[in-house]
Design a protein around this ligand. Structure first.
Ligand SMILES: [Mn+2]
Length: 326
C-alpha cells in the first residue's frame, strides 16, 4: 500500500534527565542540564519537536535563552503542559481539588502554562491530570467532582480559544484510580465541556494499561475529530513502563499505524519514554527506527488484499498477510 501521511516527530525533554524511580530517586545516571538535553535531542536524526512542562522545565526565566538555543539547533516547541503532578498542594487533586482555592491555583497554573507556550511559539498544551483521582473508597464526592472537572476545563479552554488542549488519560498512577482513565471517559468529558479546542493525547502505554486496543481507541478519537496528539512508547500493560516504541506489542502498533495513516492523522508523533537504564538518545533513536520500519512493513502489504480481508473479518488471511509482510 501507499502511505499518504508524513509524520512529524517530537520527544519529551524530561526523560533525557536522570529518570529516577521510587526506589532510587536520583536514577541510574547523572542528571544533565536542559541545554545539554536539547543538544542531544537535536543530534537525533528526524526529530523536530520538544515537549516541556511548565514551570519545571520551561518558564518565564529560561524561556528566552532556551528558545534561542532551540532556534540554533533547529528544534521547535511541540507542546508545553502544566506540571500539575509536581506540587504538594495538589496532592488531593488539581483541576478537581475539593477546595475551590486550590482548584483556582491549578487553573491559574494552566493559564500561565498557555501564556508561556505561546511565547515559545507553541499552541498546544497537554493536560495530564496525574493527581486527580482517588486511592480509597468514600474518598471522593462523586456528586460534585465531574462538575468541578468540566467547569475547570471549560475555563482553561475558553482562556485562549486558538490554543489546543489535549486530555491525556491514564487508568492509574500516581493515584490508585484516575478520574480521566480511558478513551471513553475522555470523550464523554470533552463532549460535556463542548469546547472545540479540547481533544485527546493518547499515550499508548496508558491505553495499554487500560486494556484498550490502540487502533480501536485512536480511530474512535479520530472519528470524533478529537485525536490531537500521540505519545509513543510501549508497555507490558500492567504499568506505565514507557519502553522503547514497539519493543513489546509489534502487531498492535502496526495496526495502529495503518489506521492513523488511513484516516489521515496529521498531528505530532511524540516519544514519551522513561529509559531508567538505557541511554535516552539511543532509546529514542531505536524508537524512531521501529516506527519507520513498521511504516515500511505496511508498504509491503497489498492494500486491496488487506481491505478485502478486513471487510470479510478473515483472520486467517490477515495472519498470512501480516506474516508475509513481517
Ligand atoms: Mn505521556
Amino acid at each position: 500500500m501507499r502511505l499518504k501521511t508524513t509524520p512529524r516527530f517530537a520527544c519529551g525533554i524530561w526523560y533525557f534527565g536522570a529518570c529516577g524511580d521510587r526506589f532510587k530517586k536520583d536514577g541510574y545516571r547523572e542528571d544533565i542540564p536542559l541545554e545539554k538535553r536539547l543538544e542531544l535531542i537535536a543530534s537525533i536524526e528526524g526529530l523536530e519537536g520538544v515537549e516541556f512542562h511548565y514551570p519545571s522545565e520551561l518558564n518565564e526565566n529560561n524561556l528566552e535563552k532556551l528558545i534561542a538555543l532551540m532556534n540554533d539547533l533547529g528544534l521547535k516547541v511541540a507542546n508545553v503542559g502544566p506540571h500539575l503532578h509536581g506540587y504538594t498542594e495538589f496532592r488531593f487533586g488539581s483541576l478537581t481539588n475539593p477546595n475551590p482555592k486550590i482548584r483556582r491555583e491549578a487553573i491559574d497554573l494552566v493559564k500561565r502554562t498557555v501564556d508561556t507556550a505561546r511565547k515559545a511559539g507553541c499552541n498546544m498544551t497537554i493536560l495530564w491530570l496525574g493527581p486527580d483521582g482517588f486511592d480509597y473508597p468514600f474518598q471522593t464526592n462523586y456528586a460534585e467532582v465531574w462538575g468541578w472537572l468540566i467547569d475547570s476545563l471549560a475555563e482553561v479552554t475558553s482562556y485562549k480559544t486558538d490554543h489546543t488542549f489535549c486530555l491525556e488519560y491514564k487508568p492509574y498512577e500516581p493515584r490508585c484510580k484516575s478520574f480521566v482513565d480511558s478513551i471513553g471517559t475522555s470523550l464523554a468529558i470533552i463532549s460535556a465541556v463542548g469546547a472545540k479546542n479540547l481533544g485527546i493525547n493518547i499515550d499508548l502505554g496508558h491505553a495499554l494499561m487500560g486494556g484498550e486496543n490502540l487502533a480501536a481507541s485512536a480511530t474512535l478519537a479520530l472519528k470524533h475529530e478529537k485525536l490531537f496528539h500521540l505519545h509513543l512508547n510501549d508497555a507490558w500493560k500492567r504499568f506505565d513502563d514507557d519502553l522503547i516504541y514497539a519493543s513489546v506489542h509489534l502487531v498492535e502498533h502496526l495496526e495502529l499505524l495503518f489506521w492513523l495513516d488511513y484516516l489521515g492523522y496529521n498531528g505530532w508523533y511524540s516519544f514519551d519514554l522513561f529509559p531508567y537504564r538505557e541511554d535516552p538518545k539511543l532509546a529514542t533513536e531505536q524508537s524512531l527506527k521501529n516506527f519507520l520500519k513498521l511504516r515500511e512493513i505496511l508498504t509491503r502489504i497489498d492494500e486491496e488484499a488487506l481491505s478485502s480481508a478486513i471487510e470479510k473479518s478473515d483472520s486467517t488471511r490477515l495472519t498470512a498477510l501480516l506474516r508475509e509482510a513481517l
